[in-house]
Design a protein around this ligand. Structure first.
Ligand code: MOS
Length: 729
């Protein structure tokens, strides 16, 4: 059994030796370089844009503004699904947000393009931007649902009635910050035309989306567009959809007749491929005195842009996690002069933070231990659909048990603000992690050559999570060959169409197709062997033949055996392909997260001293990559709780933290040892290989667990993230 083993990343050596070619690493003859000029104001109009000096600067091939911007035959629809935003820049003089693209300079070298870009002079008519969610709450509205069918309203039972009559009622107003994705690899695109065929070397979490939308905008057939993205240095949602810089670059390359490369600067990545929206949430819970929940009422307002109305911060945990007969959910948006939001790793963590905080507040109000409170309200059926049992795929109880044991969670919590250590208050907190399971259609093809080596291909992505490795393992396992006999290639639309890497779906979707393709190929080779009189397996019923370590053998008489290579040397290469259809995500992933913090008396600084997570991700496909995902996810949750926060200047509407020097992601010194445990039981309802998503699940729960621990330590409930020291003084 190779599945589950902590196999080292098969793409690791290529990455650490520099052999891995990322989107911006392609050496292309005649390559030119694009540099973007972005709006210095957040709202208003361009009155004058002087490009004369830039155009005359050495090496400059073209300067593009709204006067001569590429014109597109296609106008994207109002809802941005798959398009990151549907407003196309460089079409008119209107400024909707700071950092909007207002000019593009193309030159023969990056340095010359960058210099020429500084020579462009722009006069604006400036208007006062709207940048505050709080100040615009009275203008909040429910957006159009759009094709993705985002759910903005939900109701079951009589939530307000049940709340009014509940013996215990707790309400909270929670605020979460605007955040940015900050993948290590900046977003980049290189557009190369050959006649009317385009090759795009693109940083994308979704090859198919990029191909489809770029073709649509450029008015060419999808078959004329090839998207290549073999390696990604993270994405977190920023590379999930198709943003204007991509098709603008392709359009410029077409009209220029030269290949063009564009790499966003770190600062530009704060305005050009989305962000996590700031939210203000009101959440109330009603319960009996023993903590049995009778009602949830949850309403949220999040920011959207002037360009698109959308909210990705889904709050399904409130209506699906705990047994509760009455629930109401409302999500509204306010338009601000900021870029268009997009999904950012674990969009559900925003609502989940509020839910798991109010659970802690309910625990304080009822005196029921936070862990016991969650067990008391455990759901065995989908609370939204009582005829749908969660069935044998829900192992949240195991998560609670495993995590509590690892953490040594106390049966009786000391009173808040009662325990001290080293000049600080100490506290513990816990929370549940919850994430839906998504599955998309995936196709995997395999060719095995006469040397017995399998070449596996699929037009999917590895965003850094380990797709290369887990698919290699899954195929090796299905074939019964060592992992080193399998090579997996991905990241090219020339391969069979496959799943996007969004919503933690790649492992379950592509992994299942890989499993079936591997099984199909094994069956083919066995059928060939048993029909071949030259084979030691000749005449054995196919069902009696199996494979391990590259050998095919008779189950009852293992001495009758030969290798895959033996069969294929006589017969020639064998191919297989398996399609795994999109399936409704009826499963959920779960986890339990436990945190201990100390809060310094004098400075208000919070240190996380222990962090434990136990997760139900179905079957673990690779113990090492899954653990890395879980550790990274929990640290992500720590950042949300304590450090991460995009800060916007309230007068200018400009992002002040648009760099890793100002945007605080946790560093090594902020992070304690993180203990991870997996239940590791297959969920057959999630996928045929029993796997569910881990990447986003693992960043749910930690934020609330830490916030709850801060409250336990200090006796103060901070409902405004991140919990920076000033909020505790
Ligand atoms: Mo994700 S936020 O679906 O990359």
């Amino acid at each position: 059994m190779i599945i589950g083993k902590p196999l080292d990343r098969v793409d690791g050596p290529a990455k650490v030796t520099g052999a891995a070619k990322y989107a911006a690493d392609q050496h292309i003859p005649g390559l030119t370089h694009a540099v973007l000029v972005t709006s210095a104001i957040a709202r208003g109009k361009i009155i004058r844009i002087d490009t004369g000096q830039a155009a005359r600067s050495p090496g400059v091939l073209s300067v593009i503004t709204h006067h001569n911007g590429p014109r597109f035959a296609y106008q994207p629809p109002k809802h941005p699904w798959i398009y990151g935003q549907t407003h196309v820049p460089l079409q008119n003089d209107v400024i909707y947000h700071s950092g909007q693209i207002v000019a593009v300079v193309i030159a023969d070298t990056l340095e010359r393009a960058r210099y020429a870009a500084t020579l462009i002079q722009i006069d604006y008519a400036v208007e006062t931007p709207e940048i505050s969610v709080e100040a615009n709450l009275d203008k909040a509205f429910i957006p159009e649902r759009g094709p993705f069918n985002l759910r903005y309203e939900y109701r079951r039972g009589d939530a307000h009635g049940a709340l009014a009559t509940a013996p215990v009622r707790v309400s909270g107003r929670y605020r979460t910050s605007m955040q940015h994705h900050n993948p290590m690899e900046p977003t980049a695109t290189t557009a190369v035309w050959d006649g009317d065929h385009l090759t795009l070397y693109e940083t994308t979490q979704a090859l198919a989306f990029t191909r489809q939308k770029t073709a649509e905008m450029l008015g060419v057939d999808q078959k004329q567009v090839r998207v290549v993205s073999p390696y990604l240095g993270g994405g977190f949602g920023a590379k999930g959809y198709v943003w204007p810089h991509t098709f603008i670059t392709a359009a410029i390359a077409r009209s220029l007749g030269r290949p063009v490369k564009l790499v966003l600067t770190r600062a530009q990545s704060y305005t050009m491929h989305g962000h996590r929206a700031e939210t203000v949430q009101e959440l109330s819970v009603g319960a009996t005195r023993d903590g049995t929940i009778t009602a949830f009422v949850h309403s949220a307002v999040s920011q959207t842009s002037m360009l698109n109305e959308v909210s990705w911060e889904e709050m399904d945990a409130t209506t699906q996690l705990y047994a509760c007969p009455n629930a109401e959910l409302t999500r509204r948006v306010v338009r601000l002069n900021l870029g268009t939001p997009t999904p950012m790793r674990a969009p559900l963590s925003v609502g989940g933070y509020a839910l798991e905080s109010i659970m802690d507040e309910l625990s304080h109000a009822t005196g029921v231990n936070p862990l016991e409170l969650r067990l008391r309200n455990y759901s065995t059926h989908n609370p939204e659909n009582p005829s749908q049992p969660w069935g044998t795929g829900k192992f949240l109880r195991d998560c609670y048990e495993l995590g509590a044991k690892l953490f040594d969670w106390p049966h009786r919590l000391p009173r808040p603000r009662s325990t001290r250590r080293d000049g600080g208050w100490i506290g513990v907190g816990m929370a549940t992690a919850f994430h839906p399971t998504y599955v998309s259609a995936a196709t995997v093809s395999i060719r095995m050559d006469a040397d017995g080596k399998a070449l596996v291909r699929s037009a999917t992505q590895d965003i850094g999570t380990g797709t290369y490795t887990i698919v290699t393992q899954t195929v090796a396992d299905a074939l019964g060959v060592p992992a080193k006999s399998v090579r997996f290639e991905l990241g090219d639309t020339n391969f069979a169409p496959s799943a996007p890497s969004i919503g933690s779906r790649t492992a379950a979707s592509v992994g299942t197709a890989a499993h079936h393709a591997g099984s199909a190929l094994k069956d083919k080779v066995i059928a060939i062997a048993v029909a071949d009189h030259r084979s030691p397996l000749y005449g054995i019923p196919a069902a009696q033949v199996t494979a391990a370590d590259g050998q095919l053998f008779h189950r009852l008489d293992p001495r009758r055996r030969e290798t895959y290579a033996d069969v294929l040397r006589r017969h020639g290469p064998v191919d297989s392909e398996a399609v795994w259809p999109a399936a409704p995500g009826i499963s959920r992933s779960y986890g339990a997260v436990f945190a201990e913090v100390t809060v310094d008396d004098a400075t208000g600084e919070v240190r996380v001293t222990r962090l434990v997570g136990a997760f139900d991700i179905g079957r673990v496909l690779n113990a090492k990559t899954a653990r890395s995902q879980a550790i990274g996810g929990m640290i992500w949750g720590l950042g949300t709780a304590l450090t991460e926060h995009t800060i916007v200047d309230e007068h200018l509407g400009r992002i002040l933290t648009a760099n890793l020097s100002g945007y605080l992601v946790p560093v090594e010194a902020d992070v304690p040892d993180v203990d991870i445990a997996f239940v590791d039981k297959a969920d057959p309802a999630a996928s045929d290989i029993g796997a569910k998503g881990v990447g986003e699940l693992a960043s749910n729960g930690a934020t609330a667990a830490i916030a709850n621990a801060v409250c336990h330590a200090t006796g103060r409930r901070v409902r405004d993230l991140p919990i920076t020291p000033d909020k505790l003084l």
